[in-house]
Design a protein around this ligand. Structure first.
Ligand code: ATP
Length: 213
């Protein structure tokens, strides 16, 4: 992961986007791609693509473009696609259950290794081959399964208390689906996905800026 530290965050955020499309090209037998083609497919302007790609030593040649296999290899390493990452779902309500059923393996090597809840009806059951454990067993189970990344789908009111427990289990990354703002120490990374706010923002933009596509 050495390379990763040198890549600007904005670039890093676009990597999965590039990766998905390049994988598609590779699978359809395409050996090279121009930045213009990529730009059209991933909706990022081609100057940005060229700058992003230059960070990992991929310099497109005029009239040739980029070598798909080379870039894909770089992405696979950078995005840790070549190793499996175990993640856990904390809170198996409507959203947690949907994510549990979502096949993350389709695109990469993410595996949901465990889920946690406090509801006696859910704890001890197995959904989609994934066991649901009680929250009290979280620290031990996360360590046993080498889980450092979790998806948080508990009720907002429980978010911070749950996060405090996750910190004790040395969790390093949290995908927070609750609307709650959570506090974590600097070495822990939180990405926030608030579906309601996202949808409201989209509707707001459609209503207020209808001319923008
Ligand atoms: P969602 O918000 O996903 O639509 P929901 O409305 O079905 O879910 P919530 O009340 O948000 O239900 O709870 C989500 C899940 O989190 C439930 O299965 C609930 O049992 C579980 N839960 C509640 N408190 C905790 C906790 N402290 N730790 C883990 N899971 C919890």
């Amino acid at each position: 992961m050495e390379e990763n530290t040198k890549i600007p965050q904005a670039t890093a955020k676009r990597l999965p986007l590039y990766h998905r499309y390049l994988k598609y090209l590779h699978e359809s037998g395409k050996e090279r791609v121009s930045s213009a083609e990529l730009s059209e497919a991933v909706k990022v302007d081609s100057a940005t693509i060229r700058r992003d790609f230059s960070y990992f030593g991929a310099l497109g040649k005029k009239g040739y473009g980029y070598n798909v296999a080379y870039i894909l290899d770089f992405f696979s390493k950078t995005l840790s696609q070549d190793k499996q990452t175990n993640v856990a779902i904390i809170g198996v309500g409507n959203l947690g259950m949907a994510l549990l059923h979502y096949n993350f393996m389709k695109n990469n090597n993410i595996k949901i290794a465990a889920a946690f809840d406090v509801d006696a009806d859910k704890v001890g059951t197995i959904q989609q081959d994934i066991p649901i454990y009680h929250l009290n067993d979280m620290e031990e189970t996360l360590r046993e399964n080498n889980v450092e990344v979790v998806i948080l789908t508990v009720p907002s009111s429980e978010a911070q208390a749950t996060v405090d427990k996750l910190l004790e289990a040395d969790v390093k990354g949290i995908l927070n689906f609750t609307p709650a703002r959570i506090s974590v120490p600097k070495h822990v990374r939180v990405h926030h996905i608030d579906l309601t706010t996202e949808l409201q923002t989209l509707i707001y933009f459609l209503e207020n800026y209808p001319q923008n596509k």
